[in-house]
Design a protein around this ligand. Structure first.
Ligand code: AHR
Length: 353
């Protein structure tokens, strides 16, 4: 059949239309927020941050899915932290997938891998321990899923494996505990025997609170740590280890507990041994949960260094910023205070957790 000029123009226009439509559908498909692997297959992303900017192209009304791998439920602090994350996610309108690792790293790694398979938008977690995360973090990065650390740090050299770390400065907390002791015993003539209840072995707060405390108390050679053992951040373990400390040591002047729960367990052991916590044995702890404040207001804990568990609002903001492709600081430090027994008594009615 012979083509007329008019037929030629119609045919050319149709081909052009078809071509434009094909290009359009290909573009929006590769930019889909859920199809992270499709996106990185076309143009390998250098980092999760680059890959995530594709998900920012997802429809504005698409619900953000956040996978959160929690440490466990070992302390009052942790319970308050979990509530803060769950409430804030709800408020932000995010779909939260939450898992409790029961203080085991392998459970956390499993949870993170599940979140990767489910193609969540962002993964956040509080690492049980500092080491051993590189492989799974690399898997998240390869899948184009940004990771945010909350509360506890990892010791990975490659900081591109996560977007930011939101939480306390644990070394500083240890220093504050040590400084109070240095000031209290500045005129002490003889040895001051200290026992230390450490947090979970290998965890950032246990490592850092020990280091910060040791750094400061070395300025006074009278201050001597005569025993130091883990109480795994729990009340039961704190009590058990304090019982053993009391059995093995005739003279204990000070207990430094890495959290309130261990201090509270230790108080039970001290009372059971016929001693007065806060008087016969001076007690310093970290966290500042309601039960800790109550013990402090009764004079059983002498000094509390605050560690704020209400990280939910900061985390949700960071999730939004990351998905919007905004630059966020690599480290977001939580602001915290310190409390003597008298100050804790005044503050107790306002304590939220
Ligand atoms: O990582 C924060 C610490 O973990 C808290 O001080 C402690 O109570 C918790 O279990």
């Amino acid at each position: 059949m012979k083509l007329t000029r008019k037929m030629g123009i119609v045919l050319a226009a149709s081909v052009l239309l078809l071509f434009t439509a094909a290009c359009g559908s290909g573009g929006s498909g590769s930019g889909s927020g859920n199809n992270t692997s499709g996106g990185s297959a076309e143009a390998p992303a250098n980092s999760a941050a680059e890959a995530k900017s594709e998900s920012a192209e997802a429809p504005a009304d698409k619900k953000v899915t956040l996978g959160f791998a929690q440490v466990g439920a070992e302390s009052g602090w942790r319970t308050a932290n979990t509530t803060s994350i769950q409430d804030s996610a709800k408020e932000a309108g995010f779909d939260l997938k939450f898992s409790d690792a029961q203080q085991k790293q392998e459970n956390q790694i499993k949870a993170i891998r599940t979140y990767i398979q489910q193609k969540v938008d962002v993964i956040a977690f509080s690492p049980v321990v500092e080491s051993g995360w590189d492989t799974v973090l690399k898997e998240a990065k390869d899948a184009g899923i940004p990771v945010i650390l909350t509360d506890r740090a990892v010791d990975s050299k490659d900081t591109s494996l996560y977007e930011t770390f939101i939480g306390s400065d644990f070394v500083e907390e240890g220093r504050r505990a040590g400084q109070w002791l240095v000031d209290k015993y500045k005129d002490a003539a003889g040895d001051v025997n200290i026992v230390e209840l450490q947090g979970t072995t290998g965890s950032a707060p246990a490592n850092d609170r020990k280091a910060g405390f040791a750094e400061v108390i070395k300025s006074n050679p009278n201050l001597k740590v005569i025993a130091s053992q883990t109480g795994d951040f729990t009340r039961a373990k704190g009590k058990e280890v304090m019982q053993a400390f009391l059995k093995a040591n005739k003279k204990i002047d000070v207990l430094y507990a890495h959290n309130d729960d261990m201090a509270l367990g230790a108080i039970q052991a001290i009372e059971a041994a016929g001693l007065k916590p806060g008087e016969d044995i001076v007690i310093i702890s970290i966290d500042g949960v309601k039960d800790g404040f109550t013990a402090a207001s009764e004079g059983k804990i002498n000094f509390i260094v605050e560690c704020n568990p209400l990280l939910g609002p900061q985390l949700m903001q960071a999730v939004r910023d990351v998905l919007d492709g905004k630059e966020i600081p690599k480290r977001i430090v939580t602001v915290e205070g310190v409390f003597t027994s008298e100050e804790a008594k005044k503050e107790l009615p306002n304590r939220k957790y």
